[in-house]
Write a protein that binds this ligand. Structure first.
Ligand code: ATR
Length: 277
């Protein structure tokens, strides 16, 4: 059977778990694909993609720091990529280069299916107003939460982001997001708190009041592979804590589905990764 080529572009990329995840998906579903990690030069993302297409590449994932460049490179965008302003999944075919974004769908799927935490009806706090946060907003709003507050160190960025999504054309959502600074969290409680900041990478502590973690709160850290100060803080406040490994596997499964039309089962892959780390 001929092998269809896929890859993940990043810089750095050697640490990526995506080749392992997609190898497990391929084995499980019997799909004849190969999937490799490709280091693109910081100033050579477009050329790396075009070389890969010329070498019969059928699709690619895109990770840090190329998601915005991939957004610009795509000749067409899915609505969720358009809303996210970033692309993590590319499809190469006769129609050109399609840019998609499966990160938000991966987050929602991890919450609902793996963690039993349906965003519907919950008061949600999203920490951060960068790319990771932006990609999560529309998928969360579409789940009909009771409310969605975006809190950021730089208040103005949160306010701008919230306004942008409140005005999203063609979206008749009941809930309009609200953007605030961390200082305005005092006295407010949430049932689901998602950390989409990069603070954990430098072990920085976020000024989230203990009171903000409502009873039975779920605290979700988008990073994985380390216990961040946010996770420790949430645990101390009595919250149920999850890291972003499930989101990683679910966004990969969604990309696999986009490419192959087959949805792999994620539970065995998550279990395999957890036992390997
Ligand atoms: P990403 O694509 O991972 O979201 P980004 O666009 O650089 O990366 O955004 C990083 C986010 O983490 C921002 O919301 C940033 O807050 P600012 O907008 O105020 O810069 C947040 N962040 C990073 N380090 C932080 C820290 N030590 N404390 C609080 N927020 C932090």
């Amino acid at each position: 059977m001929p092998t269809d080529r896929y890859c993940v572009f990043g810089n750095p990329v050697a640490h990526s778990k995506s080749p392992r995840i997609h190898a497990l998906f391929a084995a499980q579903t019997g799909q004849g694909i190969s999937y490799e990690a490709l280091l693109a030069p910081l100033d050579g993302f477009d050329a790396a993609v075009r070389d890969f297409i010329a070498a019969n590449g059928r699709g690619a994932n895109v990770t840090v720091p190329f998601k915005e460049e991939a957004f610009r490179l795509a000749t067409q965008l899915t609505p969720r990529a358009q809303a996210a302003g970033a692309v993590n999944t590319l499809v190469f075919d006769q129609g050109g280069i399609t840019g998609d974004n499966t990160d938000g769908a991966g987050l929602v799927r991890d919450l609902k299916h793996n963690l039993g935490c349906d965003p519907a009806g919950r008061r949600i706090l999203l920490l951060g107003a960068g790319g990771a946060s932006r990609g999560a907003i529309l998928p969360l709003l579409l789940e009909n939460p009771a409310s969605l507050v975006i809190a950021n160190r730089t208040e103005e960025k949160a306010a701008r982001l919230a306004l942008e999504f409140a005005r999203l054309p063609g979206c008749a959502m009941e809930v309009k997001p609200e953007g605030i600074g961390f200082g305005q969290l005092a006295g407010r409680q949430f049932d689901l708190i998602i950390n989409a900041t990069s603070a954990g990478l430098s072990d920085a502590v976020l000024p989230v009041p203990t009171f903000s973690f409502a009873p039975h709160c779920v605290a979700y850290e988008m990073l994985y592979g380390r216990e961040t100060p946010f996770m420790a803080q949430a645990r101390a406040a009595g919250a149920r804590v999850a890291d972003g490994l499930g989101m990683l596997v679910e966004q990969a499964a969604e990309a696999f589905f986009v490419w192959r039309g087959v949805r792999p089962r994620t539970a065995p892959v998550l279990a395999a990764l957890a036992s390997e780390s």
